[in-house]
Design a protein around this ligand. Structure first.
Ligand code: NAD
Length: 469
């Protein structure tokens, strides 16, 4: 029974008819009461989030290790610290971000007050994925709470250990009249999406993104969609192959390749490929040893379903590095494929695993054409000793984000917006962009009650004299 699988963190309510109605009603009432609006309240929620991270660090590390075999290093840098940094930044800047933003005025409004007010949308739904189950829940949550919204968080049911911590522990650190975690898979989320929210923030794959956006359209609810896709990685002939190999292998294998911004495939000349393959082998052996399966630093595939899909992709092209897999351990070896055709399945779908196909191109122009023939990616990487080459790739393509000569370091900057374009998503967040995403930018003009003689010039009957003014 789908309904029996729906659990709600707090409070436990009867959900025979509609599992979510009571919770949503409670949150709506809290928002209407205005209690989430004062800076002090928002401050307290953000401090609660911070305490949650500090006091449950070990629990979270264990959950992430159970879900994804995430190493303590990866858990720290890509889940815990990154979330903590977002919280700290919001706490430091909250009052500045909340301030009305004065705008320039025209002749007719010189004596008036014109400004943009950042006001909360109301009831926000955050749907998060399993690959960075903590970071991709807390990151948007920081923005939503800082902006003064009430929030329903629906974490991924697939990363079930982290889901449990988020459902059972996190609410204790927040005001439960304004925040709730609801649980469930696709079916339950479908039911949840029948409700009207004031904003929906979704992170996941583009197919589900379409389902979310269709449901949101029924209520004209605005959405941010943080989606995925295939991120190209152009490697120029003019570069140091070992340096490039170190960086590409590291970012491809981080979280066992299950990263939305991971370099998905390499585009390079056959000559560069001949140097890159041994350099990749050297990097992988240095990072994970001769037997990567026994390395504590390499993650595992999240589920049987994802493992089977990835194992199927190993038969594309020719394996030159890795290629081993172990179903019982959900292990896929760091793998490099060559002789890959554009039509191969590995070049049709987002890989989301530690598999790196190399596709040969004859020139930079051909690489750019290849990239532009496909959907706009979430991230794009270009490696070259020539800044002209990097700048040409940047100028002649489009993607959510771009990093020259490295992997996904651009997302570590809270001063940059993080988000996709085209099929990789819409909208963005991180740092102040998160606050702005979860705030309605209300256009305000406060005029004077007097001065009617001047204002009267607008009123009919209009004469040629009016038009001259
Ligand atoms: P997913 O789309 O399967 O799941 C995301 C959320 O949607 C989960 O909470 C899930 O329960 C829910 N969901 C799944 N199917 C649903 C359905 N049919 N109806 C309603 N809700 C449904 O994504 P995932 O597998 O958890 O994550 C992997 C995908 O997410 C990849 O495509 C990856 O690129 C993308 N991703 C994007 C970003 C980003 O920031 N742009 C970050 C991480 C992951």
């Amino acid at each position: 029974q789908a309904e029996d699988r729906v659990r709600q963190s707090t409070p436990l309510v009867s959900f025979r008819m509609d599992p979510f109605a009571d919770t949503l009603q409670r949150l709506r009432e809290a928002f209407v009461s205005g209690r989430t609006r004062p800076a002090e309240f928002r401050d307290a929620q953000l401090k609660g989030l911070s305490r949650f991270l500090r006091e449950n660090k070990q629990l979270l590390q264990e959950a992430l290790a159970q879900d994804l075999h995430k190493s303590a290093f990866e858990a720290e840098v890509s889940e815990i610290s990154i979330s903590q940094n977002e919280i700290n930044l919001a706490l430091r800047n909250l009052r500045t971000w909340m301030k009305d933003e004065k705008v320039s005025k025209n002749l007719a409004t010189q004596l008036d007050s014109a400004f943009i007010r950042k006001e909360p949308f109301g009831l926000v739904l955050i749907l998060s994925p399993w690959n960075y189950p903590l970071n991709l829940s807390l990151g948007p949550l920081v923005g939503a709470l800082a902006a003064g919204n009430c929030v329903v968080l629906k974490p991924s049911e697939i990363s079930k250990n982290t889901e449990k911590v988020l459902a059972e522990v996190l609410p204790r650190y927040l005001d439960q009249s304004c925040f709730a975690v609801v649980l469930g898979g696709p079916q339950e989320t479908g039911r949840l999406l029948e409700h009207k929210f004031d904003y929906i923030f979704f992170t996941g794959n583009p197919q589900v993104g379409k389902i979310v956006m269709t449901a949101a359209a029924k209520h004209l609810t605005p959405v941010t969609l943080e989606l995925g896709g295939k991120n190209p990685c152009y490697v120029d002939d003019n570069c140091d192959p070992q340096t490039v190999a170190n960086r590409v292998a590291f970012f491809r294998c981080f979280n066992a390749g299950q990263t939305c911004v991971a370099p998905d495939y390499v585009l390079c000349s056959p000559e560069m490929q001949a140097q890159l393959v041994p350099a990749l082998q050297s990097a992988i052996t240095r990072f994970y040893g001769d037997d990567p399966q026994s390395s504590p630093n390499l993650g595992r595939i999240i589920s049987q379903k994802h493992f089977q899909r990835l194992r199927g992709l190993l038969s594309c092209g020719r394996v030159v590095i890795g290629g081993q897999s172990d179903e019982c351990d959900l292990y896929i070896a760091p793998t490099v494929l060559v002789d890959v055709q554009e039509t191969d399945p590995v070049m049709q779908e987002e890989i989301f695993g530690p598999i790196l196909p190399i596709v040969n191109v004859r020139s930079l122009g051909q690489a750019i054409d290849f990239i532009n023939r496909r959907e706009k990616p979430l991230a794009l990487y270009a490696f070259s000793n020539s800044s002209q080459v990097v700048k040409r790739v940047l100028a002649q393509t489009s993607s959510g984000g771009f990093c020259g000569n490295d992997g996904f370091m651009h997302l570590t900057l809270a001063s940059l917006p993080f988000g996709g374009v085209g099929s990789s998503g819409m909208g963005n967040y991180h740092g102040k962009f998160s606050f702005d995403t979860f705030s309605h930018h209300r256009a305000c003009l406060l005029r004077r009650p007097g001065l009617e003689k001047i204002y009267a010039i607008r009123y009919p009957p209009h004469t040629p004299r009016n038009l001259r003014v």
